[in-house]
Ligand binder design. Structure first.
Ligand code: PMP
Length: 285
């Protein structure tokens, strides 16, 4: 693979980041994952905008402009011959001379930027979309700025492992009795045709796919309600699903061992998946 590190395109084996990098030592960094379908980037503008916001919230300087970022994405997609796959981007607060809790001076410690691709042939035809996912619920013990897309992914990783151990695919996290989100996706339920998902706040990541799906749902005259829901309400729902840049819209068919409806992916999730893939491909660049 050809990867990008601080201005250079290199074979992945030659790419280097300092052991003093704050991303490595302190998870002091932010990231984005953009899907590639048919060689084109899905909702690049949305990801670039959220990246800017994440950096701003953490007082971190953007090492490249949005235009440069797009060019790097395109170069990597081309150099690696990606038709369907992902582009991962990470920016950290760089590598000061020593480990220290205080932020280094950005004038002497430039941020580190790394991008790489992941090849995922047939990304949009995932068989999982036909079967649906099983989720468990776990407490949400993450920090309270989940709207910033940081690389602090230990708890979400642990959640994924808890799900795996229970023979499931993912975990929905619960705080104060309400579902926040999945370990790497936003969570939705459908009741009486109405799509219900938690409102935006610092409690959840402002999913780029969430924004697009809610917009497409409204355009298709589907009813949407942004509000908290409990896991009990979810277990009684007609259907459920998740959204993320890499999974698009993925149905959920089981929550904490209870099947939803007939245990098969529901029509609303299936329709939204179709609309999302169709519409987002139209604006892919
Ligand atoms: N919530 C969390 C915690 C996530 O990690 C992700 C994916 N990175 C999402 C939601 C979905 O966001 P997006 O649609 O922008 O991928």
């Amino acid at each position: 693979r050809t990867v990008y590190v601080n201005g250079d395109y290199l074979p992945e084996t030659e790419a280097k980041v300092s052991i003093f990098d704050r991303g490595f030592l302190m998870a002091d960094g932010v990231y984005e994952v953009t899907s590639v379908l048919g060689g084109k980037l899905i909702d690049f503008a949305g990801h670039a905008k959220r990246l800017e916001r994440s950096l701003g919230e953490l007082d971190m300087a953007a090492p490249v402009t949005s235009e440069e970022l797009l060019e790097i994405h395109r170069q990597l997609v081309e150099k690696n011959g990606i038709t369907d796959g992902l582009v991962y981007l990470q920016i950290t607060r760089g590598a000061p001379e020593d480990r220290d809790f205080a932020f280094p001076d950005p004038a002497t410690t430039p941020s580190t930027i790394v991008l790489f691709t992941q090849n995922k042939p047939g990304l949009a035809d995932s068989p999982a979309a036909k079967v649906g996912m099983k989720v468990i619920s776990i407490p949400d013990v993450r920090w309270h700025r989940r709207d910033i897309k940081t690389v602090q992914l230990l708890y979400p990783s642990m959640g994924k492992m808890m799900a795996k151990k229970a023979g499931c695919d993912d975990a929905w996290m619960i705080e104060d009795g309400f579902v926040t989100e999945g370990t790497s996706n936003n969570a939705y339920i459908v009741k009486g045709g109405k799509i219900i998902t938690r409102e935006l706040s610092t409690d959840i990541l402002h999913g780029i796919t969430r924004a697009a799906v809610l917009r497409f749902a409204a355009e298709a005259q589907m009813e949407v309600e942004e509000r908290n829901f409990t896991i009990e309400e979810a277990m009684q729902a007609d259907e459920a699903f998740i959204t993320s840049a890499s999974a698009f819209v993925m149905p959920v068919v089981e929550i904490d061992g209870a099947s939803l409806g007939d245990g098969k992916p529901g029509p609303v999730a299936a329709r939204l998946r179709e609309i999302y893939l169709e519409e987002s491909l139209k604006t892919a660049i």
